[in-house]
Design a protein around this ligand. Sequence first.
Ligand code: AHR
Length: 486
Amino acid sequence: MKTVHIVIPEKIGNVSPEIYGHFSELIGGVFYDGLWVGKNSDIPNIRGFRKDLIEKLREIKPAVFRWPGGCFAETYNWRDGIGENRPVRPSWWTLHDGRYEKNEVGIHEFMDLCELIGAKAYIAMNVTSITPMEARNFMDYCLSPRGSTTLALEREANGRPEPFEIDYWGIGNENWGGGGNMTPEYYALEYRKFATVLKAICGNKSKLILGGADASDYKWTHGIMSGLANSYTTVDGMSFHYYCREGGDAVNFADDEWYRLINNAGRMEELIKRHYSIAAGYGMENKAKLVIDEWGCWHPDGSGPSKGYNLYEQQSTLRDAMVAALTLNIFNNYSEVIIMANIAQLCNNIQSLFLAGGEHCIVTPTYHVFNMFKDHQGGEALRVVIDNNEDEKHKISASATVKDGTLTVTLANISLEVDEKIDLSLLGYDGVVGECEMTVLSSEDIHSCNTFEHPNTVVPVTTKVSDCRMITLPRASIVKLSIKML
Ligand code: AHR
């Protein structure tokens, strides 16, 4: 038996809805035959986007999409994606999969996607192979008021009189690697240059995000912080990337690989604490709040429905759902210092929420986690303390938020053996607890996944519970409690 204390009076931060964000790169099958089927396709679509997918996506209320990369961004010319007769070019990924970029999904189409869903836009700007002036032209095209500039008129001629609303621009991507193989000191100088030029045109319309470290590369964070602290440069957030790897096959993994991957996922907490405290050590605690703009489980290639045709496409099991739940619980518990996070990637790539191709489109167990956790968005996060939770193989994870008189508690039991009895204590609450609903995502077989042939193998089940203070978390399960507070 474990006791989960929710400390009701102790509010630790507001959960930014953008923590429930997504990454959608022009790579492999994310767009082509994934999200995007084209306006003239026989597959039902809304402005070229797969209708079925759009409808399911709306249900989970995604707050933000990041585009066009990833690494793709670093050799992208935004002009290739506007107007008629778009060119076909080698992309960042051509050497990996032999595919060329046809530029069907440019800025207009991407913003259509955001607007169809009601999500904010986060553009990863190319800083490796273009000049600050060209980056400025891209912003001018997107943000300048109707009729005001030559590029605003060009946008209008391309069917969009009003400016796009773009809340976030990332200055580069993985600049320690694909984004130019820079040193942190060199990147900090490039950032200063780009941010100065871009801020002068976007003003307060958009936030500028600093490109951060790979996982535990704290040297990078020290390097960029020392290059930016005590300068007037705008920094509205600092990113880092973290993928969990080394968990064996995507589907046919062993029990110890289940625990290894889950243990890797738990490292996210330390990364958040250390990157942020380094930033704080340079006096950047308000400017360098965190943006984890790529995260997820990255398994060996080839387990997805396209059998390796779509680069980095993989199947997703209950284990991936468990990692998503643990990670989102960590994000909620550190909501004070995290402004955005984007799981990689939305469709047919790494830890996807959707697998699609031809007439098929299914959701993965990870999608169900996002659906179960969506009520945390915009909620006030509460302190959670778990007793008796040290044993690596019998851990549970939890987070709690309150919003509009409903307490949402999300829990995950990582154990492959034990159904865990939970005593849920609402510390400091002397009101009455009303109706309680419990949703459980689990499966007899931890290797279960949804496929085109069997799309509903792993689905959540919701029931009413008479006493939410005494519940059982089945082994290998993710649980959400919605509790009315009267
Ligand atoms: O998500 C796939 C790739 O992984 C991204 O393009 C890159 O940023 C990261 O290395």
